[in-house]
Design a protein around this ligand. Structure first.
Ligand code: ADE
Ligand code: ZN
Length: 332
């Protein structure tokens, strides 16, 4: 084995509401003069982190309710973006893409556009270079909100330093990709880069449809393992997979990680894999922890880590100038 394990990272897949730690939550409550539902850090921790007996993505997604309540104002959203990025910077992250669904921050009267502007204000004060990905949400009663999110992504789209892409998040098994084809294809045709959560709680057919809709990246994609046709498609099209091991373990996407997690298999197949946190506070992890975990559990080498960081730079929704700078910072 040559070289050293990496100690600087890129996170392409981090949800804002899943990255609110106890410390951040307390600050958000304080600056907005909002009550917290429990008195101690330990009790708060219990409310915002997933329990070991979580059985599914649907159950996992219930952990986002509490942090969401503290991000319904301009200052709450701005500070959340700033504090999450400060946490990431302290953990060695040199570039991040933060994703959130504007429609989930409108419960106290903000418009989706005001939510985006608040997040952009947070980005301006960030400790590391970062960009925003706007999530549409899976569901059957929010088509108008999703359409508005795509329209706003079009309006605010930049090459770097702002909104750079659209995603589709939420309960994949309940609401498969097919129901969002028109929405996402329109986004793609409008020139908005797409990443779509697929092959996480749903099957490989969702990865195939995500690619048809124009996705350049896929969130997770683990369920294509063993499906040679779709693995070949992902390879041929040069699609980047945003993998998040601890998230996949906790949502029971993969039950026996050691035996079944397809990270090595994907790397050996030549797929463009990246490692990400997904929801670091809910999961109780950091990106550095994820890298140490894959070293221990799957014997990932420093060379493979560098390759994955190179994949992350190449697939980042940012400018060529930023990518050049990141390659230098990461010594790639
Ligand atoms: N929102 C937050 N985490 C998510 C995940 N892992 N899958 C889908 N939607 C999410
Ligand atoms: Zn996710």
């Amino acid at each position: 084995m040559n070289g050293k394990f990496v100690s600087k990272y890129i996170d392409l897949h981090a949800h804002l509401d899943g990255s609110i730690t106890v410390e951040i939550l307390k600050k958000l409550a304080e600056i907005q003069q909002l009550e917290l539902p429990v008195a101690t850090d330990a009790e708060l921790e219990k409310l915002i982190t997933v329990s070991e007996n979580c059985q599914s993505l649907n159950e996992f997604l219930q952990c986002f309710e509490l942090p969401g309540k503290y991000m319904q104002t301009e200052i709450g959203i701005r500070e959340a973006v700033k504090l999450v990025l400060a946490n990431m910077a302290a953990g060695g992250v040199v570039y991040a893409e933060i994703r959130f669904a504007p429609q989930l921050h409108t419960f106290r009267g903000l418009t989706q556009e005001e939510v985006i502007q608040a997040a952009l204000a947070g980005l301006k004060e960030a400790s590391i270079p970062a960009n925003l990905i706007l999530c549409c949400m899976r569901g059957d009663d929010n088509a108008a909100q999703n359409k508005e999110t795509v329209e706003l992504a079009k309006k605010y789209l930049v090459a770097d330093g702002g909104v750079v892409a659209v995603d589709l998040a939420g309960a994949e098994a309940l609401f498969p990709n097919e129901g969002f084809r028109e929405l996402l294809q329109a986004a793609h045709e409008a020139g908005i880069p797409l990443t779509i959560h697929s092959g996480e709680a749903g099957g490989p057919e969702n990865v195939e449809s995500a690619i048809e809709m124009g996705a350049l990246r896929v969130g997770h994609g683990v369920r294509i393992a063993g499906n040679d046709r779709i693995m070949q498609l992902v390879k041929e099209k040069g699609i980047t997979l945003e993998m998040a091991p601890t998230s996949n373990r906790q949502t029971k996407t993969v039950v026996d990680m050691k035996a079944e997690y397809p990270l090595k298999q994907f790397l050996q197949y030549g797929l463009k894999v990246t490692i990400n946190t997904d929801d670091m506070a809910v999961e109780g992890t950091t990106l550095a922890d994820e890298f140490r975990y894959i070293e221990r559990e799957f014997g990932i080498t420093p060379e493979e880590e560098k390759r994955m960081l190179g994949n992350a730079v190449a697939a980042a929704f940012t400018s060529e100038a930023r990518k050049e700078e990141l390659r230098k910072v990461l010594a790639l």
